[in-house]
Design a protein around this ligand. Structure first.
Ligand code: F6R
Length: 269
């Protein structure tokens, strides 16, 4: 642990929670974790299979990965990625598509092979979506499963776009977005009527199968839902609660996102 930045770490009921002073320090830590995993897999002559998230939260993590590529020679040649979700319907060239996001914030700046990138396709006709979703999960399995999954959390408690009501055994599928999630996207899309009503998301089960999961949350606006996710009753009302007590989950928070946690054991506050 880097003592200079005064992280506090506690491990309780199998939960590993790291609380950083700010998202900058937290993001550098997460990028290091990912880089170490990529390098370890390179040494073994294997591919690193990453589950990736979009949204504001991981942007700084991706920026640090780009820096490690440019300045420290981190190669993504052995990296295979599966993104969590994509709006539906949406074309990849749309500024708000997650294809566009991933290329802008990571893929266009590193040496990843295009054939290694997987992002749910927002252009499919409705009748083939179900088959496509089954094949998305199957492809993850064909690569040997996800080595590491990055997760953010929405204000509804969603992980991926698994909104409240999602079952723990849900797989990749087409879902309706909640009104809260849609309203959070209004500014980005430039109007309520322009925000898609649906999305294709990896399922809860697909996510929980990852061998390592890093859950990220920053800023005060996430504090209330972070408290529910970590300390609330496990169930479909807050899908992020399904992560509780899984040994492979690490929660990485900044102080503000952690500020409403009530169990003193999480930190030295
Ligand atoms: C995005 C995703 C979502 C976001 C969540 C938080 O791929 O799966 O679950 O992680 O909506 O979004 P931000 O980071 O914008 O607050």
């Amino acid at each position: 642990m880097d003592t200079k930045i005064q992280t506090s770490t506690r491990c309780l009921d199998k939960k590993a929670v790291k609380i950083y002073p700010d998202q900058e320090a937290a993001s550098v830590y997460v990028a290091q974790r990912i880089a170490q995993m990529i390098i370890q897999r390179q040494r073994e002559g294997k591919q690193a299979v990453l589950g990736l998230a979009t949204g504001k939260t991981p942007i700084r993590v991706y920026a640090e990965l780009i820096r490690l590529h440019r300045e420290e020679g981190l190669s993504f040649a052995n990296v295979v990625t599966f993104n969590l979700d994509e709006y539906y319907p949406i074309v990849p060239t749309h500024e708000q598509s997650y294809v566009h996001f991933m290329h802008r914030h990571l893929f266009d700046h590193v040496d990843i092979l295009h054939s290694h990138i997987h992002i749910p396709d927002g252009t499919l006709s409705p009748e083939i979506i179900q088959e496509y979703c089954i094949s998305y999960d199957r492809k993850i399995e064909e690569y040997g499963g996800l080595d590491l999954q990055l997760l953010g959390i929405g204000r509804t408690g969603h992980i991926g776009f698994n909104e409240p009501g999602s079952a723990p055994d849900s797989t990749t599928r087409l879902v309706d977005l909640s009104e809260i999630t849609r309203s959070d996207a209004i500014d980005d899309f430039g109007g309520e009527d322009k925000v898609p009503r649906q999305a294709i998301t990896m399922g809860v089960q697909s996510i929980l199968k990852a061998r390592e999961i890093i859950f990220l949350a920053w800023e005060k606006r996430k504090a209330e839902i972070v408290r529910k996710a970590l300390e609330g009753e496990v169930g479909e009302k807050v899908p992020a609660t399904y992560l509780q007590n899984l040994p492979q989950v690490e929660y990485v928070l900044d102080k503000e996102a952690a500020s409403m946690l009530q169990r003193q054991e999480w930190s030295d506050r």
